[in-house]
Design a protein around this ligand. Structure first.
Ligand SMILES: Cc1cc2nc3c(=O)[nH]c(=O)nc-3n(C[C@H](O)[C@H](O)[C@H](O)COP(=O)(O)O)c2cc1C
Length: 172
């Protein structure tokens, strides 16, 4: 898929074909797209847990706790980063959430290019997810996504602001 086509095709999916698990080689290709993302000082602090075993998938779904949403996701990708894998900018703001966001969006776009459906999930019980997956205390889970084949592809008509309303030429 051409780059801008991928950007347009990416949509948030909350329902999946639960009978079809994404193939291991495809998952590795997607994670590789995260590995290649830029990070502050090339720290490369983001790691991923691939959750495919059914009882654990269901536990993660429960820790997300958004009713029926994602209930038929065949698997999840859970993103992890540690605060120590990050510096701060001149205003004292840490880079690690930025690094995380860039890496995770790379994997979401790569998944789209592979014909797979995702949804960035930012609202979930982080402590519960860490407990289920035995993630060390010092690590943070800043986002996760279901990964699966869509039941039906969505149109690329997600509402967005007009282009002209978000561009400021030269000054604000
Ligand atoms: C940081 C972040 C957190 C999000 N958290 C959730 C979430 O917890 N649950 C959910 O259903 N969607 C979540 N979304 C998806 C957004 O609702 C979605 O991207 C937005 O409505 C635009 O729709 P689209 O992705 O289909 O273009 C999140 C997206 C982002 C970027």
């Amino acid at each position: 898929m051409e780059f801008y086509e991928v950007i347009k095709k990416r949509r948030s999916y909350r329902s999946f074909n639960e009978a079809r698990m994404p193939e291991k080689e495809t998952i590795k290709k997607i994670i590789n797209a995260g590995r290649l993302a830029p990070t502050w000082a090339n720290m490369q602090g983001v790691e991923y847990i691939i959750v495919q075993k059914n009882p654990i998938v269901k536990q993660i779904w429960k820790a997300i706790g958004q009713r029926k949403k994602f209930s038929n996701a065949p698997m999840f990708i859970v993103g992890i980063i540690a605060e120590k894998d990050s510096g701060k900018n001149k205003n004292g703001e840490p880079y690690y959430p930025v690094d995380f966001g860039i890496c995770f969006e790379h994997i979401i776009l790569a998944a789209t290019a592979e014909g797979l459906a995702t949804c960035w999930i930012g609202y979930f019980d982080e402590e519960k997810v860490k407990e289920i997956l035995h993630i060390p205390k010092k690590k943070r889970v800043l986002g996760l996504t279901p990964l699966g084949y869509p039941l039906k592809l969505k149109d690329d008509d997600s509402p967005r602001k007009d282009l002209e309303s978000v561009i400021h030429w030269e000054t604000f």
